[in-house]
Ligand binder design. Structure first.
Ligand code: T4K
Length: 369
């Protein structure tokens, strides 16, 4: 194989270009590029059906979906969240002038530990912003119990969770709102894009107004909303991508199975496997590098990169260690022992539908040493 070409942690799946061209031609003819055109309407409808949810609002990206969700629910004061995520999760709070309160994660799922949430609740807490990290569902039952008891809103950052099915259902129906990302690096992409799943027509309407600057009609603006709208090009791509998503996830499953087969026997490498889900999406392939491996996570990271395998340390460093968060009392490393340890040991291996067998063999060979 050509070793000059790097193997990235992911590559976006795209349909054949010729299948996209008719959509482009139609957009060129219609001259409707954004603000809720024909493809936007159709994609929103088809997406809701695919995800088995009732109300979907499309967004230009997941981050704007998070910002708008917090605004829509009128969240105030402090919000309990996880440090083990992408920057966007906590940044969305700051953009809404909310204070993140970091809580440690569970070792088994790497999601926020419900057992640590209640001790972090204060008079000022109004919501929980949890993340289904790597598409592994949070303990939604326990989170709901705590939220009901303390009258808190629940928003799930479901950026990684597209297409994951649990008990035959979509866990996007849990909590008050769930936010998806359709970024190029995600299982399902619309170039850039995102969506917010809500549970009633009133909330969807409010979210749709907020993503259009807060306009409710041509002359009335009811809130300082943002421009969060998805354009027609992304929506058209989304319609096409839905046709291929199940085979994309199946291909990812086969790659994951091969990794399990060859990496499970290696002493010091622990493959993190999805649990309690009917259909995982294999959006990432995270492994934990234990001392017994004989090489640290960072040594392995650099060795693989020197060999052209561009692995990633999602999520290192922890959000709580970023300069704008590290002075918070909840950001102390001692308060976050599991997240701190995992962040130092985790490595995400390449997984995407076009990963070739010889490329995967090379990666496995490098890990086997
Ligand atoms: N919440 C969570 C939990 C998230 O993980 C994210 C995003 C969000 C919220 C926010 O959603 P969005 O607003 O993004 O919709 C990437 C993505 O930019 C980001 O979307 C994602 N999480 C995060 C986990 O990863 P980087 O800086 O690692 O991406 P980058 O550009 O280094 O890409 C990684 C690899 O992917 C590259 O080495 C090559 C490949 N790649 C990437 C792009 C963009 C391609 O082959 N083609 C491409 O177009 O952040």
């Amino acid at each position: 194989m050509n070793r000059d070409k790097p193997i990235f942690v992911t590559r976006p799946h795209l349909p054949p270009l010729k299948r996209f061209l008719p959509y482009l031609e139609e957009i060129w003819q219609n001259r409707v590029l954004t603000n809720g055109g024909k493809f936007h309407e159709l994609f929103e409808k088809e997406l809701a059906e695919y995800l088995n949810v009732e109300f979907v609002s499309l967004f230009a990206n997941g981050t704007l979906g998070l910002l708008t969700s917090l605004q829509a629910l009128e969240v105030e004061g402090e919000v309990i969240t996880t440090p083990f995520s992408f920057a966007a999760t906590a940044h969305a709070l700051v953009w809404n002038r909310l204070q993140p309160v970091f809580v440690d994660i569970e070792e088994s799922t790497l999601n926020i530990d419900p057992g640590r949430i209640e001790e972090a609740i204060t008079q000022r807490t109004s919501a929980i912003l949890a993340v289904h990290v790597y598409g592994q569902p949070c303990n939604t039952v326990e989170i709901e119990r705590i939220a009901t008891k303390h009258n808190l809103k629940v928003i799930y950052d479901a950026a990684h969770a597209f297409g994951v099915r649990c008990n035959g259902d979509s866990f996007l129906n849990k909590g008050d709102l769930s936010v998806l990302s359709f970024h190029a690096t995600k299982v399902f992409n619309t170039f850039e894009g995102g969506a917010v799943v809500s549970h009633n027509a009133h909330t969807k309407k409010r979210i749709d107004n907020l993503k259009n600057f807060g306009f409710i009609d041509e002359t009335n603006v009811v809130a300082a909303g943002i421009n969060g709208k998805m354009n027609e090009f992304s929506a058209a791509l989304g319609i096409l991508q839905l046709e291929g998503i199940d085979s994309v996830i199946e291909r990812r499953r086969l790659i994951a199975e091969k990794y399990y087969k060859f990496l499970d026997p290696i002493v010091g490498i622990k493959c993190l496997k999805p649990s309690n889900v009917d259909r995982p999406n294999f959006t990432y392939f995270p492994i934990i590098i234990e001392d017994a491996y004989g090489e640290s996570r960072d040594e392995l990271y650099w060795r693989l990169r020197r060999e052209g395998v561009i692995v990633r340390r999602y999520f290192y460093p922890l959000i709580s260690s970023f300069p704008m968060y590290r002075n918070l009392s909840s950001a102390l490393t001692e308060m976050l022992p599991v997240a701190s340890e995992v962040s130092e040991r985790v490595l995400c291996l390449p997984i995407f539908p076009d990963l070739r067998a010889d490329e995967q063999d090379l990666i496995i060979g490098l890990l086997t040493k």
